[in-house]
Structure formats: structure tokens, C-alpha cells
Design a protein around this ligand. Sequence first.
Ligand code: IYR
Length: 223
Amino acid sequence: MIIPDARPLDFETLPEAEMQARAQAFYETMRTRRTVREFSGRPVPRAVIETAILTAGTAPNGANHQPWHFTVLGQGPLRARLREAAEAEERAFYAGKAGAEWLDALAPLGTDASKPFLETAPWLIAVFGQKRGGPGPSDMKKNYYVTESVGIACGLLLASLHQAGLATLTHTPNPMGFLSEICERPAHEKPIMLIVTGYPAEGAAYPAAAAVKKPLDGICDFR
Ligand code: IYR
């Protein structure tokens, strides 16, 4: 291939032992991440959130259109509205809309329609995938692999927040139309998830079932 406007790659080749040590250290960090559903109101500096979002924005993505938007909600009047709208959807979901199989699957996690963290946590990050956009700020081209790209960006965002010492929760009220409305996002953007972050509430706990991870041979094979 011919690389347009080619730049030399800045790449550090590590000794294999160092490579393994770094991979192991990152695994040890990430394996302690737990989804937290009880948040303290203790403030978290906005700069940490900004840096984590910059990290999310490094995700590989379709045609480098970077098809994402992050609306960050600090403490403010939108929170009560958001909680009310999310809990209304969740009440319908848990009252039966989800169906028995889905509700059975959630039983070990103990989740329910009550979402106080939407008001207590210092930061909520609403993540949107842009069906249209492009590399330029006012482009309206077709975007590609939006769901995959935004999924990877969310993974990086969660990893960054965790490694910065914050608790995280991915929340996916269903449907999420109210998020677009409250965040005033345009119709070509699809709400993907809400990422809640802050400190855990004092005495916060998690369900043991959530921490059971499949072993390597349960998620991987080499050929
Ligand atoms: N969105 C609901 C339900 C929910 C669904 C799944 I799949 C989860 O892993 C957890 C919860 C809620 O937030 O309660």
C-alpha cells in the first residue's frame, strides 16, 4: 500500500519479560474492576473525566471518523429528570417487558428499577454513536462500524476511569430515547450507554456472581 503523508512510527520494542510483566500488571489492575451500583456524592475533578474521554477518543474506529459523542452530566438540575425518565423505563422493564428469561438472567445480580446513582454519582457520561459525521467537526458523511467503534471507546473509557481509581457502572436503560432529549443530541446520534463514575458509597458491595469470570480455556482457543 502507499501511505498518504507517511510518518515514521514511534514504537518501543520491549524485552519479552517486560512485555509479559506489563500485560500481567494490566490484567491485575483490570481484574479488580467491579461494577458498582452504590455511589458516594464525593466530588471527582473534572480534569480526570476529560483525560479519560481523551483516552476513549483514541479507540480504533471506522475510517477514523471517530463516530462518538460524550455528554458529561455533573451535578445539576438535569439529574432528577434523567433519573425519573430512566426509572420509568426500568419499572416497565422489571415489571415484565423484559420477559422471564432476561429477568431470570439478571436475578443473580439483584438489579431493580431503582437507580439512585443517577442522582448521587458526581459524573454521568452519556455515550452517543454518530450515524453520520466524519473527520471534520461539521462533516455529515456516512459513518462506519459505529457500534463496534463506540464499544471499543467505552472499553477504553472504563479502563481509564478504573485505573485512575474510580468506580464505574455501565447503565443501559431501555429504550434510551430520553437520553437524546435530555442531552439535546441530534437524531443522527444513537444513545449507546450511560457510564456512571465516582467513588463507591461507604460499605458498597457487589454480588459474588458478578465476579466469577470464565477461565482462559472457556473464552479462548489457539489453533
Ligand atoms: N438496564 C437494566 C437491566 C440490566 C440489564 C442487563 I443485560 C444488565 O447486565 C444489568 C441490568 C438495569 O440497568 O437495571
